[in-house]
Design a protein around this ligand. Sequence first.
Ligand SMILES: Cc1cc2nc3c(=O)[nH]c(=O)nc-3n(C[C@H](O)[C@H](O)[C@H](O)COP(=O)(O)OP(=O)(O)OC[C@H]3O[C@@H](n4cnc5c(N)ncnc54)[C@H](O)[C@@H]3O)c2cc1C
Length: 470
Amino acid sequence: MLGPALPCDVLVVGGGPAGATAARLLALWGRDVVLVARPEAPSADLPEALTPSCRKFFDLLGMSPAVDAAGFVASTGHTVWWGGATRVEPFDGGRHGWQVTSRALARLMLDAAVEAGVRVVRGGLTTEEVLAWPARYRVDASGRAGVLARPLGGRRYESGHRTVALVGRWRRDDPWPVPDPTHTLLESYGDGWAWSVPIDASTRALAVMVDPRTTALARGDGATAIYAAEIAKTVHLARVFAGAQALDGPSGWDASMYVADRITGEAWLLAGDAASVVDPLSSAGARKAMASGWQVAAALNTALGAPGMADVALRCHGTRERETYRRFLALTRRFNAQGAPAAHPFWMDRAGDDADEGADDAPAVHAVFEKLKAADAITLSLAPDVTVEPRPAWRERDIVLEPRLVTPLVPDGVRYSGPVDVVLLAGLAPASRQVPDLFDKYVERAGPTPLPEFLTALSTAVARRWLIGL
Ligand SMILES: Cc1cc2nc3c(=O)[nH]c(=O)nc-3n(C[C@H](O)[C@H](O)[C@H](O)COP(=O)(O)OP(=O)(O)OC[C@H]3O[C@@H](n4cnc5c(N)ncnc54)[C@H](O)[C@@H]3O)c2cc1C
C-alpha cells in the first residue's frame, strides 16, 4: 500500500533503466527525487543483451564497478545468420557487453538510486495520482504501461512493426554448440526472426519474433504450439537447441515500435519506453532508456535551476527523443532489408531504405576539397538563407543555448562538422582570402586542429551551401 504522496522536486514513475537513471542523476546533482516503482513481478523478467556502448552510461552513473561485480555473462559479440549469410562478429576493440535480465538490472539501478538519496516507494500509481502528486515535475518512466504517455502522449504505433516476442528459457548440460557461448545469436527465417542470449553457462533464452496479424496467434492458436512451430522454421537455432531442455515459457511480450506525439507537456516528461520503443533487433532498448533518463535529468536540472529555460529544456528532450527514434527506425528497416530471406509481408512491411537517412554527400565534399586545393584565392560568405541563431544544446547536466548555423533544411542548426566549430569557421571565412590564412586564424581561436579535419569541414560547409562564393 502506497503511503502519503511525498512532496519533491521530481516524481519519477517506474524503476527500469530510464527512471532509475533520471532519478539517480538528479539526486546526485542535488535535486529532491521520489521514485515510485511497482513491486518486482517474477513473471516480468526478460533476458536482455546490453552492448558495450552501455559502459558510457554506467560510468556516468558511477555504476561500472557494481555492474562488473554483478556476475552477468560478459558477452564478446554476436553470431548472426541473417538473410542467408553467417557472421561471427566480435565487438570492436576487445570490448564486452553484458547479458542481463531486466529484473537484475533494475534492482542494481534502483539500489544505486537509493544510494544517491532517491526516496524509492514501492507501488503502482494511477494517472490521476501522478498528476496530483505534490512535485514540481513528473517523469513517466513506466515503460509500455505509459501512466502519462497513454492518456497524454498520443502513442503512435509504427505501421508494419507489430511484433510479439515469445520467449522461453532452455538448459543443456553439455556445451552449447555455438562459436562463442557468450554471444547473442540472431537468425532470420521466412516470416520472422529468432534471437538467443545466455543467462548463465548452461541456460539460454530463445525468443521468436512473430507478427500477431499474420501468424496463427491471430487465430488464437496456443502460444506453445506457435513457439515450437516458429523454432522449427529456423535452421541454425533449431540445431543449437536440439536436445536442450525447455525450462519454461513461452511468455509473450509486445515488441511493437511506437513513438509518442507529445513527449513533454505541462510539468511532465516521458522517458525511455514510455516515450518511444525501438525494435528489440537493435539490442539497444536499455541503452536508449538510459540515454533518455539522462536527457530528462539534464532537462529537469536546467528547468529547476533556471525556470526561464524550462520550456527550451523540455522541448530539447522531446526533439532528441524523436530524433533517436527516427534513427533507430531507419537502421531497423535497413537491417530488415538485408535479413529478408523471402518476399513475405513480415519482411516487406518492416524493410526499406530511408531516402534521406545517411544521404551521402561525400562526392560533393570531395569535389569542393579538390577545388579548394587548386584555388589561388577564396571569397567566401554566409549563404543568404543561413543564419547564426541560438539553439539548445545538451551538456552533461544542463541544456544551454549555443549559437548554431541554421538552414532551411536543418532548423535545429549545426555547430560542429567533425571536431571543427562551423559557427566559428563561418564567422572567420569572409575575412580570409587564402585557405592557410583561414586555417591559422581558426587555430588561433579554437586551438590545435588537425588540418585534414579542418579542410573536410570547410569543404562540407561549401558543399552544403552554408558558405558560398568559392
Ligand atoms: C522481447 C524483448 C527483448 C528485448 N531485448 C532487449 C535487449 O536485448 N537489449 C536491450 O537493451 N533492450 C531489450 N529490450 C528492450 C528493453 O527491455 C526496454 O527498452 C527497457 O527495459 C526500457 O526501459 P524503461 O525504463 O523505459 O522501461 P521498463 O524497463 O519497462 O520499466 C518500467 C517500469 O515501470 C513500472 N511501472 C509501470 N507502470 C507503473 C505504475 N503505474 N506505477 C509504478 N510503476 C510502474 C514497471 O513495473 C517497470 O518496472 C527488449 C524488449 C523486448 C520486449
